[in-house]
Design a protein around this ligand. Structure first.
Ligand code: GAP
Length: 419
């Protein structure tokens, strides 16, 4: 099995990610997050929001509607320019993005391809109960919700340029070739910052460099290996219609170096299009736009390791779905089980940031392995000594080393490890 197959299988087996609508045969480009996946994804979003909003005083948050007046998409240029070139094989009728093909024949059957056709990625929706229904779109990027609220935010909060608006939410693209697991989906989440600056090249350049550095450091701090990250500047012909300059943070994935997040200099494209100004000028925008699902996938891939016959997800503790697992040493000794349950309940109730799980199935070795495989950084085991001196063993996922910690100290022990 290659790494991607291992990750896809682990995700399904342990409840991170399932194919969408699976019992009805699935739907290409849609995925559901299971009990562990939703925790990992929420932790990624939480860390992003913390670093982009809570730890700064020049960024505020927003949560705009997914469906907007269709005029927004006319004004933003998406109905016209949010497109990919589509070709179809005349023999097997498979469809491809012309810009992603290497040769001129069908990669599946060597058949002849049609001339490229311009294909718009916006997903149409129809609203209202009377015909003709109003046609609009599911948002193709979450960004436009920020721009159309620019004036609202300026008028209702105490922001002054330079400042940013951060948002996390779902976006939808009718991708021609969804694939590589969740990497290219038709429904996905984005985490974006639109940072408004004075319309000045030096100022824009300064903030562009600042944000690209901040963003790559964020991935590094949360454990992505440095050697698996790089920047790549877009050439003129691959830039989106709104971008004056664009650079991707790329990840060294099993299917090649791929876009993790885009840093864009959008100039005054959007605010001008929506006829919005600030004081007597139109600000420029530096954007950082990351994918939550891509981040989830890349954090999983990057943390996957095999130590002997053990699979260990070396997720950063801040991202791990569970921080702590509590076990009785043996399953059928009532006093050990009761003590373990008591410790489990206490840990769960005293701290909000600590997600704790309990397991008393099988033998202790198997339980350690099961926690390693889902990335739980610490396992607490209640043994016979616990009943005598109120200490437990705490096992570290990455070193497999154990140390004895007093039960009354567990809280502060994990709090200091996590921070
Ligand atoms: N507002 C700018 C914007 O949307 P983008 O480069 O088109 O820029 C930004 O998208 C990020 O959104 C990408 O870097 C990627 O992480 C994520 N993304 C885009 N399309 C995606 C898809 N089909 N599936 C999953 N994630 C996607």
């Amino acid at each position: 099995m290659d790494l991607m197959e291992k990750i896809v299988s682990l995700c399904k087996r342990r409840g991170f990610i399932y194919p969408g609508s699976e019992i009805y045969g699935g739907l290409q480009g849609f995925w559901d997050y299971g009990p562990l996946g939703v925790e990992l994804k929420n932790n990624i979003k939480k860390e992003w929001w913390k670093s982009m909003v809570y730890q700064r005083n020049d960024v505020v948050g927003l949560d705009a509607a997914i469906i907007m007046n269709p005029t927004v998409w006319e004004a933003s240029g998406h109905t016209q320019a949010f497109t990919d070139p589509l070709v179809e094989c005349k023999s097997c009728h498979h469809r491809f993005r012309a810009d992603q093909l290497v040769g001129s024949q069908c990669p599946d059957c060597d058949g002849q391809l049609t001339e490229p056709k311009i294909f718009n990625l916006l997903t149409e929706v129809y609203l209202g109960s009377t015909e003709p229904k109003t046609k609009t779109y599911l948002r193709g990027e979450i960004t436009q919700g920020v721009f159309v609220n620019f004036k609202n935010v300026v008028d209702s909060s105490r922001v002054e340029i330079p400042f940013g608006i951060a948002q996390i939410g779902k976006a939808f693209r009718n991708e021609i070739t969804p694939g590589n697991f969740t990497f290219r989906s038709r429904e996905f989440e984005q985490m974006e910052l639109e940072f408004f600056v004075k319309p000045d090249e030096n100022e824009a350049e300064r903030w562009f460099l600042y944000w690209r550095q901040m963003r790559i450091e964020w991935y590094e701090k949360l454990g992505i290996k440095k050697e698996n990250l790089r920047f790549r500047e877009h050439s003129l012909d691959e830039r989106a219609h709104y971008a004056r300059k664009a650079e991707d943070i790329e990840y060294n994935s099993p299917f090649g170096w791929k876009e993790f997040e885009g840093i864009h200099h959008r100039g005054d494209w959007d605010l001008s299009r929506h006829k919005l100004t600030y004081k007597d000028y139109t600000p420029w925008v530096i954007e950082t736009s990351g994918g939550v699902d891509r981040a989830t996938l890349f954090f999983l891939l990057d943390s996957y390791s095999e130590v002997g016959d053990r699979v260990v997800l070396k997720l950063h503790p801040k991202l791990a779905p569970y921080k702590v697992a509590v076990f009785p040493l043996v399953a059928n000794k009532e006093n050990l089980v009761n003590k373990a349950k008591e410790i489990y309940k206490n840990l769960k109730s005293v701290t909000v940031t600590l997600t704790v799980t309990f397991d008393d199935r099988g033998n202790i070795g198997k339980r350690y392995y099961a926690q390693d495989e889902i990335g739980t950084p610490w396992c607490v085991t209640v043994d016979y000594q616990t009943l005598e001196d109120d200490t437990v063993t705490v096992r570290d996922r990455d070193t497999a080393q154990q140390e004895r910690v007093s039960v009354s100290q567990l809280d502060s022990f994990f709090a200091s490890k996590l921070n």
